[in-house]
Design a protein around this ligand. Structure first.
Ligand SMILES: NC(=O)C1=CN([C@@H]2O[C@H](COP(=O)(O)OP(=O)(O)OC[C@H]3O[C@@H](n4cnc5c(N)ncnc54)[C@H](O)[C@@H]3O)[C@@H](O)[C@H]2O)[C@@H](O)CC1
Ligand SMILES: [K+]
Length: 460
């Protein structure tokens, strides 16, 4: 089986294919594996309906001829639409080996898009884009092979407007970024992966999967499990929500540095001046930002918190105050969790200029010297060393107020429990997504927090 959690760039995919070719495969043999693997999924979807395969000029088109011939041999009615001649040897060979018919358009059953895959370098011209739309509109089901045509593989950007939605996308050899990132992911329907023998690529991005977490040891006490201190601001509800997320995610003791009115009874308030409160040597990790405000007092609190050089998560309001001087000279782990708006403010404060979202997230992690959890419907986690992880799709019900505070509490709790910063962010993102799945529809942030322990139980 291919490593099903790895996500490859086009360049990494080409290098992986080259490694297979160096090991004795040929492009033609890889195309046969890819095409036949895809044909199996299409056969299941088609049942006995006719199939129209749209074949482009490159190796994605070559896959299309293999698919068409395989389905034809399995007695499905198949036709090929080929607006462009094959332009690679492997695609030409695959076309020669196809014994079925051609037509200008097909209609009825299943449309299989093999026009372009990872080699698409520019938007589809009007004629080709129109053909894809027509075929999608005249068939009951649509399947994309490797990628829907018109999508940029490395960042999931749509190169054309009004692209069709597919029922199934069959990825070949490995996931590409477009399979995991919006807006492309929205167009793909169900995702399946065909094994062509691609090996593990060490430096590849990963999809975040269920972590293996430990239960407290027999001799554990609240301090060995980790004391998380949350810096309170003028909006204490946010700190309380973060505390609720944190208590279910591993830390043994949650302290709120402030007046902490309205806190749950299990959280301990420390109303002393922040400098004094931070002297507590038992603090294993700090969370600063939720409900902090953005005024001078908030800035002073953030500065004081970061100066203690403890494992720290900076979130929410504090992300609008963070600047390079505050993180210079720190050596303890740092995690920041900006949503898109906070990310833009940080990119400006840290002078980050990058082309696409992935490069920008990596560049910010490097500039901050920590881990960035770039929150959104397709959350990315980047380490300052270039490591990258992508969250699995999560419940859209997470789009409600306070869920970010809960996430901050969960990740900070993992930091207090001893996870390294990258693991804390990945584990936290997974627990948060799983808690949302368990919470079902239309939950409040506090209900979400209550489901974190169930998500944790799934990791034991
Ligand atoms: N390289 C390999 O060993 C394998 C590749 N496979 C398939 O090969 C695909 C990649 O093949 P290619 O690199 O040939 O790429 P594509 O098949 O995506 O097509 C690239 C071709 O289309 C042209 N092109 C790009 N954008 C265009 C546009 N907007 N309008 C018109 N022409 C355009 C390019 O000049 C090139 O000739 C993968 O997605 C996968 O389906 C699989 O068969 C497995 C093996
Ligand atoms: K395609």
């Amino acid at each position: 089986m291919p490593p099903s959690d790895q996500v490859l760039t086009v360049a990494q995919m080409q290098a992986a294919e080259q490694a297979l070719i160096d090991g004795g495969e040929s492009v033609d043999s890889l195309m046969l594996k890819a095409g036949r693997g895809a044909a199996e999924w299409i056969f299941r979807l088609a049942v006995d309906r006719p199939v129209t395969v749209l074949c482009g000029p490159g190796n994605n088109g070559g896959d299309g001829y293999v698919i068409a011939e395989t389905l034809r041999a399995w007695d499905l009615p198949v036709t090929v639409v080929a607006p462009l001649e094959p332009a690679t040897d492997a695609a030409r060979n695959a076309r020669t080996a196809y014994w079925g018919g051609f037509s200008a358009v097909g209609h009825g059953g299943v449309f299989v898009d093999c026009l372009f895959g990872s080699g698409l370098s520019r938007p589809l011209g009007d004629e080709l884009a129109g053909l894809v739309r027509t075929l999608a509109g005249t068939h009951a089901s649509c399947v994309a092979v490797d990628l829907p045509s018109g999508i940029s593989s490395d960042d999931g950007v749509l190169l054309n407007e009004d692209l069709p939605r597919y029922d199934l996308t069959v990825a070949l050899g490995a996931w590409k970024f477009a399979h995991r990132l919006l807006p492309a992911r929205k167009a793909m329907g169900e995702l399946r992966l065909v094994d062509i023998g691609v090996a593990r690529v060490d430096e590849a991005a990963r999809v975040i999967s269920r972590p293996a977490l430990a239960a407290p040891t027999q001799d554990a006490h609240k301090y060995t499990r980790g004391l998380l201190a949350i810096v309170e601001g003028p909006m204490p509800g946010a700190a309380a929500l973060a505390a609720s997320g944190a208590v279910h995610a591993g830390a043994g003791y949650i302290k709120v540095l402030g007046e902490a009115s309205g806190l749950p009874v299990w959280a301990v308030a420390d109303p002393r001046p922040l400098d004094e409160a931070l002297e507590d040597r038992r603090i294993a990790a700090l969370l600063v930002g939720p409900g902090l405000g953005r005024d001078g007092a908030a800035e002073a609190k953030l500065e004081a918190a970061l100066a203690f050089d403890l494992p720290t998560l900076v979130d929410a309001d504090a992300l609008h105050l963070l600047n390079p001087a505050m993180v210079a000279g720190r050596s303890a782990p740092l995690v920041i969790t900006p949503h898109a708006g906070e990310f833009a403010a940080l990119a400006q404060a840290f002078g980050v200029e990058a082309e696409g979202r992935i490069d920008a997230v990596r560049a910010l992690a490097s500039a901050v010297g920590g881990v960035v959890g770039a929150k959104g419907p397709d959350t990315l986690v980047a380490g300052s060393n270039g490591r990258l992880a992508i969250a699995p799709p999560a419940s859209s019900w997470l789009s409600t107020a306070g869920t970010g505070d809960v996430l901050a509490g969960i990740i900070a709790s993992r930091l207090a429990s001893g996870d390294d910063a990258f693991a804390a962010a990945c584990h936290g993102v997974w627990l948060h997504g799983e808690a949302a799945r368990r919470a079902g529809p239309a939950f409040s942030a506090s209900e979400l927090a209550a489901h974190v322990s169930g998500a944790y139980a799934a990791c034991l």
